[in-house]
Design a protein around this ligand. Structure first.
Ligand code: MOS
Length: 719
């Protein structure tokens, strides 16, 4: 079954509406509905909050503010506990960002709750806030706490000297705006207390982290918290940590002794859903005239907030991508009065590669070298900063296969030289790289006496196909029909996992499931079996000798405990290619075709993997051409905070795109040779589009996204 394009087991339930998402669930009877009221200022304090009119409004059951909310644990915004730490709400009268919840109204219906929230009178003492990175970039500081391990400085040799002595140098700054994950299903939580036990149905990426975070926030034992995230309509990083709605639902349900549901509206997601920080990135490259890099530097300044330390790993790509003796990467943070940062779709790689791979394209242009040839000349033999071998680095094959399939040889090296009527045509490419993470994961597999197989883990399926592929892994390992396997995920009480995120889900949980199956085979076939082999007739053997069934447990250790993580540089790789047409009349960029070639280890299911990768490529296009959160420079709110005006690609923006997953097996990644595919598609794609725009027009836009206004001045006369 591994390698088969199995359909998603939950596909029919999802397209028919039978799959119930958290906000639709009625597990505990009719729930009261909570509505969060967001602050109308971005910085300052609440002078007075009047709730009596709201409390008297029809259907209202409860109004919570900082004055009457139950005690919660304090925030520790730089704790290394990460996703599992306390996340208090209504912390006091201080306001730190626009839309920060200042009250929760709970009523019989959503409409009543929202209407009553409008009756709350809040007067503020507003202070002048800082909202844009560029104006405050000189406030940048080096983050120095334990949870930013990836974002510490890296330095080898002397970059300044390489830049001074380099025959050819490039020193260019790029900017990327704030992005929001915005899954189709917003965060949502249904909470209910039974005695001292809190039961929640919520949209989450990590079950164990949510349990810990709720327990810590509410000052109760983790064992008292029971979490279930059966169906999740996308995460993209925005459901890794706890958000306000879950804490609000739990607090209100405890007060009212009845189930309470809370979800942000789409506009509220643009306030309490974390943002990918806006960045200013300086890329420095020094090269010999024949295109050998002698120095590479990547300095990132990103927006942050005083209450929450979040550092995107933006410059880490530069540490492993190209060979060069002199190297420097640094992350700096500039605190602003905006919403908190959090992981968004390939955190780090997505904005980092926009800058670095645009710079490489520009350097190739200045050297008069083909962009692929420049990359080939700088392909490192070993990880240049860790000084260990790479494993599974098939970058050169990605370039070659992509160039062949895309028809790269037809590219004109002279920008702006291909024109079809009013359109300038260009093609571009970029490299893609994404860290391969591994987290401690457990799973059990049970073969019943009647032959049914059940896989169990608290791993989540956030829409990626996890429940499908884990069934495939078990069927394959046990040699049983796929149809006999069912998969139970995403509940507390099931074997713990780090859930879905960071592209780590498939590799972690597949290997744990595989090992659980090996444990079953050892019990059933004993010494008569060659280790690793799968003799036929497992179900019959279980029926004959183990009428009550057989259970096996399997696990995989976290990367800190895996010697292969010290001995090898672990990533997934790819190369992206794009062709665009740019109208000289309007400056509009239309994508004409796109190809990605990826080396991501063994592919369990080519259908679900391809869906992941092409979804990622669409987000890559989005970072290049569409997506930006625009913040009002006076008031600090996201002006385009809805899906009408926060522009993301729609079907009409995306032509046929092709993703090739190389036949691969990474023997140092894990026993199954699997790595993740969730984010590699985003990586590099944006820069490939940007480089195609440059090839088409000769205009290099360094402030993303590349909108028509930034191109028009450099385009030829339309007549
Ligand atoms: Mo991912 S953006 O780390 O869920």
């Amino acid at each position: 079954m591994i390698g088969q394009a199995a359909n998603r087991v939950d596909g029919v339930r999802k397209v028919t509406g039978a799959a119930k998402y958290s906000y639709e669930r009625e597990d505990f009877g009719r729930a009261a509905i909570g509505f969060m009221l967001g602050a109308g200022i971005a910085k300052g304090r609440i002078a007075r909050i009047g709730t009596s009119a709201a409390e008297r409004a029809p259907g209202v059951l409860l109004v919570l503010t900082h004055r009457n909310v139950a005690r919660q644990a304090p925030r520790n915004g730089s704790s290394p506990e990460g996703f599992g730490r306390a996340w208090p709400v209504l912390e006091g009268e201080r306001i730190g960002f626009f839309g920060q919840p200042v009250a929760l109204v709970v009523a019989e219906t959503f409409e009543q709750a929202r209407s009553a929230a409008g009756l709350i009178e809040v007067s503020y003492v507003a202070e002048r806030g800082a909202f844009d990175l560029a104006s405050h970039a000189d406030r940048a500081y080096a983050p120095r706490t334990a949870n930013v391990g990836l974002a510490t400085d890296s330095r080898l040799g002397d970059l300044d000297r390489a830049m001074a002595e380099g025959p050819v140098t490039l020193d260019q700054s790029y900017t990327t705006p704030a992005h929001f994950a915005q899954p189709m299903e917003p965060q949502a939580c249904l909470a209910h207390w039974v005695g001292d036990d809190l039961h929640i149905r919520a949209s989450l990426q990590i079950i164990g982290a949510a349990r810990l975070a709720l327990a810590r926030t509410l000052l109760i034992a983790p064992e008292r918290v029971h979490v279930d995230a059966a169906f999740v309509g996308g995460g993209f990083g925005s459901k890794l940590r706890l958000h306000e709605e879950a804490v609000f639902a739990a607090l209100a349900a405890r007060e009212l002794r009845r189930p309470v549901k809370v979800a942000p509206t789409r506009r509220q997601v643009f306030a309490i859903g974390g943002r990918r920080p806006e960045t200013i990135q300086r890329v420095r490259l020094a090269a010999s005239r024949d295109g050998r890099l002698i120095g590479v530097g990547h300095d990132v300044n990103m927006q942050g907030t005083e209450r929450e330390l979040f550092v995107e790993q933006t410059a880490t790509i530069m540490r492993s991508l190209y060979a060069a003796p002199n190297r420097l990467t640094r992350h700096r943070v500039t605190n602003l009065d905006v919403g908190f940062g959090e992981a968004v779709r390939a955190p780090g790689e997505a904005p980092g590669l926009l800058a670095v791979e645009s710079a490489m394209d520009q350097l190739a242009h200045e050297l008069g070298l083909d962009p692929i040839e420049l990359r080939v000349r700088n392909e490192p033999e070993r990880d240049p900063e860790k000084d260990v071998p790479f494993n599974g680095r098939r970058m050169l094959e990605c370039y070659a296969e992509g160039a062949r399939r895309f028809g790269w040889s037809e590219r004109s090296a002279v920008p702006g030289s291909r024109r079809e009527d009013e359109h300038l045509i260009g093609i571009g490419m970029a490299a893609a790289i994404r860290m391969h993470f591994q987290g401690a994961t457990q799973a059990t597999v049970r073969v019943e006496g009647d032959g049914r197989v059940v896989v169990r883990s608290d791993m989540t399926d956030i829409g990626t196909g996890t429940s499908t592929i884990l069934g495939q892994v078990a069927a394959d390992a046990l040699g049983v029909p796929y149809e006999t396997v069912s998969v139970e995920l995403a509940r507390t009480g099931l074997p713990p996992s780090p859930g879905s995120g960071g592209s780590w889900g498939a590799a972690n949980s597949s290997n744990a499931v595989h090992r659980a199956c090996e444990a079953i085979k050892a019990q059933v076939f004993g010494a008569s079996r060659t280790p690793g082999s799968t003799p036929p007739g497992l179900a019959a053997e279980v029926a004959r000798r183990f009428p009550d069934g057989v259970e096996g447990a399997g696990s995989i250790v976290g990367m800190a405990d895996d010697p292969n993580y010290k001995s090898y540089s672990q990533h997934t790789y790819g190369a992206s290619f794009a062709e665009v047409a740019v109208s000289v009349v309007t400056g509009e960029v239309r994508l004409r075709r796109m190809l990605g070639v990826f080396a991501c280890g063994r592919i369990i299911n080519p259908k679900t993997a391809r869906s992941q990768v092409i979804g990622g490529m669409v987000w890559g296009v989005s970072t290049a051409l569409h997506e930006a959160a625009h913040v009002d420079p006076r008031h600090g709110h996201v002006v385009n905070g809805d899906l009408a005006e926060y522009v993301v690609p729609v079907h009409a923006d995306i032509p046929a795109i092709e993703a090739i997953l190389l036949d691969d097996f990474d023997d140092k990644a894990n026993p199954l040779g699997i790595k993740g595919v969730g984010e590699i598609g985003v990586c590099g794609t944006g820069a490939a589009v940007a480089n195609a725009v440059f090839n088409a027009t000769g205009v290099r836009v360094c402030d993303f996204p590349i909108t028509p206004d930034k191109l028009l001045g450099g385009l030829p006369d339309a007549t």
